[in-house]
Every structure is written in C-alpha cells, then in structure tokens.
Design a protein around this ligand. Structure first.
Ligand code: 13P
Ligand code: SF4
Length: 337
C-alpha cells in the first residue's frame, strides 16, 4: 500500500464562451453525443449567469462531468477547495459539493455570498457527530486535543481544536506534538492515520456511506479477473480494502497518481463520477468503475446551479456564535504546511 498525504486543486481551464462544440470536446469520452443536448443549454445559461453575477463555481472531484469540466472555475478535493476559495475576487461563490464544504467556504469568506444549489446535500459523516458528543469526548479524555475531519458541521468544528482533511490528516495529528489525540468522526480514516503515526488515536464510529460499501472480496475479484489492474482507494474505505489496494490517498492524490503512473487498467475505490472525470482527461487508461454513488453529491445538478445563480439562494450562513471558533479550527489547519 503506497500512500500520499498532500492535496491539490486544479484551476479548470476557463470555458470557451458559449462554444458548445469546444465544451463537448472536454467530455466526449464520458458523455455520449445523444446526451449532450440535455446539458448544452444549461451549461450556456450557467456560464452567462456566472459572468452577470460575478460568480465562480467550485466543484468537488465527485461532481458529474458536465459540472466538473464545463462550468467549474476551480475543481479539487476538500482541502484544495477550502484553500482556493479565498483566492477568488468573485462576489458570489457557488459550491458544487456538499453542505459542509459550503460552510467551510463561508467561514473563510464571511463577506461573500456563498450558495449551495441544494441545501439538503449532506454527508453521512457530518451527521455522525454533534458538538455535544465532542464535549462528552473531552470529558472522557481530559486534556486530549480534538482533531476533526472537515466532513463535519460548523458546530462540530467549533467544538474541536483543529480540522483536517484526508489529504493532510497525519500531518495535522503530528503537528500537535501530543502523545494522544481524539480523531473524529470517521473511524476508518482514524485507523488509517493511527497506522502511520506513533500518536495514539481515539476514534469515533462515523462512516462514509459510500466508501464503507467497498469490500476486500471485491478487490480480490478484480485482481482475479483483470490482469495488471491497479487499485487506488480513498482512506474512508474499510481497513481490509486499504490493505489490499496499491495506493491510498485523498481524491486529488488518487487523480494525481493515475495521471502520473498511467496504469493500463485502474479501479478507483471512491465515488463513481470521479472515474468519469479522470477518464475524460486520460484516454490511455482503462477504468473499471465500481459505481458507489454519493446521493448527497448527486443533489447538485446543472439545473439547480442555474437556479441558485438566478435567485442567489439557497445561501449558506453560519451563526456568529459558532463561526469564530469554527473558523479558527479551519485556519489552524490551513496554517500547517
Ligand atoms: P476528499 O477530501 O479526498 O476530497 O474527500 C472528501 C469526501 O467527501 C470523500 O468522500
Ligand atoms: Fe460524505 Fe461520503 Fe458523500 Fe463524501 S462520499 S460527501 S464522505 S457521504
């Protein structure tokens, strides 16, 4: 198992203004010609509205190809999106991702209008723990610092000491200089971190409903049926899956690995749109797509991005009572390089 612990964002190439044929070129390997007319008009509308609203679209690696490749200004993993969100001069930021990602953007850009096209785009990890749970953990383990995965609500970030993402979790844990940390809420990410550090990791029982479904047996079948297949996994997968994989990393690290190594055949053990997004750019690599879909990420569509830009709703707001502490947890993470 090879691992990587850095994170990257890619500035999506600026879309050619309203040139449908040029935009289709970007996605032609993963969107059949008969499907493109369904998207083309909406893509044109979103590009026009972005200019009128002085808006940018940030897209997580799990967004569908027509969003990721055709209307996004910045694409990346959750760490990269958090970092890059502060670099834009736009007045409006649309988060094509899930609610906790939009909250992080709002924490870092309190003066900007931050939109999430569907406010119900949640995350099974973010609902796995509350601020009160964090306080109970602190009582049970006095003096032990709390590291929270960014896949949590602002309330939980406010109750923690520092955030981390899958791209920097080990570095963040070690940056604290303690013998012991409380690491919430993903049990599998916690066990992945624990195996790479001497720091004792106290975990919580949250799981990602997408990654917890991958199994070691599934990997074995891929290896039996596909010669030379390379298995690349996200650290939210169960430990036996990570053990059986060739590379483990955040979504951005998985993409970099595939682009760099150009394996003949690859299975990406993560949300299924990510394979489509990489396949659109790397024609030499053959992808087997185990389609574990994130229903929360899939709430975001071209249609509701357009609607959000038209109405400037739904807006993401973080109550001032928790924003200051939550922001501090995120900023402490961003200060660790
Ligand atoms: P990344 O931080 O690797 O982008 O992962 C976010 C996520 O939600 C994974 O399921
Ligand atoms: Fe949450 Fe998992 Fe969906 Fe990521 S893939 S947003 S961790 S439920």
């Amino acid at each position: 198992m090879t691992t990587a612990l850095s994170s990257q964002a890619t500035a999506a190439t600026a879309p050619a203004p309203l040139d449908s044929a040029a935009l289709y070129e970007r996605v032609k390997r993963v969107i059949p010609p008969m499907e493109w007319p369904q998207h083309a008009g909406l893509v044109a509308d979103v590009l026009k509205l972005k200019r009128e609203r002085n808006a940018v679209v940030l897209a997580h690696n799990y967004q569908t190809p027509e969003i990721y490749h055709c209307v996004s200004d910045i694409v990346g993993d959750s760490l990269a999106l958090a970092r890059r969100a502060t670099e834009s001069d736009a007045e409006v930021i649309v988060m094509a991702g899930v609610h906790f990602m939009a909250e992080t953007v709002k924490l870092l850009n309190p003066e900007k209008t931050v939109l999430i096209p569907d406010a119900k785009a949640g995350c099974s990890l973010a609902t796995a723990i509350t601020g009160a749970d964090v306080e109970r953990l602190r009582t049970a383990h006095p003096g032990v610092p709390v590291v929270t995965y960014v896949n949590t609500t602002a309330e939980v970030k406010a109750a923690a000491d520092i955030c981390c993402t899958s791209g920097n979790a080990v570095k963040i844990v070690e940056s604290l200089g303690c013998d012991e940390v409380i690491f919430i809420p993903d049990e599998y990410l916690a066990s992945y971190v624990a195996r790479q550090t001497k720091v004792k990791v106290i975990s919580w029982h949250g799981h990602c409903e997408v990654h917890e479904r991958f199994t070691g047996e599934e990997i074995q079948r891929y290896r039996e049926n596909l010669d030379d297949v390379v298995i690349v996994a996200h650290p939210e997968c169960p430990p036996d899956v990570l053990d059986a994989s060739d590379f483990v990393g955040s979504t951005a690290e998985m993409i970099s690995y595939v682009k760099r190594e150009q394996p003949k055949r690859v299975v990406m053990l993560t949300e299924c749109s990510m394979s489509d997004n990489v396949a659109a750019e790397v024609p030499e690599v053959e992808f087997t797509r185990p389609c574990n879909l994130c229903p929360h990420m899939k709430r975001i569509t071209l249609d509701n991005i357009r609607q959000a830009l038209l109405t400037l709703e739904p807006r993401v707001e973080v109550p001032e009572a928790i924003a200051e502490k939550a922001r501090a947890s995120v900023q402490r993470m961003l200060a660790v390089r």
